[in-house]
Design a binder for this molecule. Sequence first.
Ligand SMILES: O=C(O)CCc1cccc(O)c1O
Ligand SMILES: [Fe+2]
Length: 315
Amino acid sequence: MTQALLCMSHSPLLDHADPPDEVKAAVEASFEHARTFVHDFAPDLVVNFGPDHFNGFFYDLMPPFCLGYRAHGTGDYDSYAGDLDVPASRAEDLAQFVIDRGIDLAISRRMEVDHGAVQPMEILYDGDAAAKPVLPVFVNSVARPFVPMSRVRAFGRAVGEYFRAVDERVLFIGSGGLSHDPPVPQFATATDAQREFLTAGRHPTAEARAARQAGTIETARKFAAGEADIMDLNPDWDREFLAVCRSGRVEGFDRYTADEMDAVAGHSSHEVRTWVAAYSALRACGAYEVTYEFYRPIREYIAGFAVTTAILNGG
Ligand SMILES: O=C(O)CCc1cccc(O)c1O
Ligand SMILES: [Fe+2]
């Protein structure tokens, strides 16, 4: 009966950008810390709260939360492209438990997960996102409308309550954030062609995918050179968010609104919803302590880049 947490930013630019050596070394050291933490904890099961960037979820059907009974990596940006190891009957059981608590969780029997969902497991397990049994949980983090943070917290709490009394070592992962504004189109300001992609862009051609990825890589290069027209990172906002995580008072997440986050932290800052779900799940298992925190604003990666670990008090 024990649970732990790893929340970390992701970036598809880790292998497609070149920050100063000192930055790369600091990030790699944080990954090494995460690996040691997780390998020491030795989870039996991972609950992976991940976003999606219009690779697996589109506006033809966009739920706030979705649990995969099966899941397959889309391989965008050369991320993991195989099946995840999902214990389907556990997933069914968890879905019923969460729904019974009044949270309208969607399910998928054939979910597709992108770099945002699989990158933490890839980093932990030498590229193998199927190295551990995982319950893959999509948390909508790029596609308005967004549910209030209080609902993300209630969702995370319901997931945590399921595991509180389970005799298994469970690692909650949250993937994304913190402040950042990468070039993902917003429906409200998109062209007709972009709107078609955002609505029904599943399984793009190799050319379309390559063009999209090249655009992100070019934006990152310009951003690092001070030439991109995306919003800047917001280290103050990032540090304040980390302080809420550290406080152990997950109700503190409720004051974050989508409009303000767009205005001050960028359109992809909503990825911290995965952290809110993961921290709320851990909190539902007991009072916790953050045992590690890494933070750097890294323009080359277009990310307020953070890694945190947490354990239950006395755990
Ligand atoms: O093209 C995309 O899918 C966006 C890629 C992307 C870039 C920087 C930070 C992220 O978190 C991220 O996901
Ligand atoms: Fe992302």
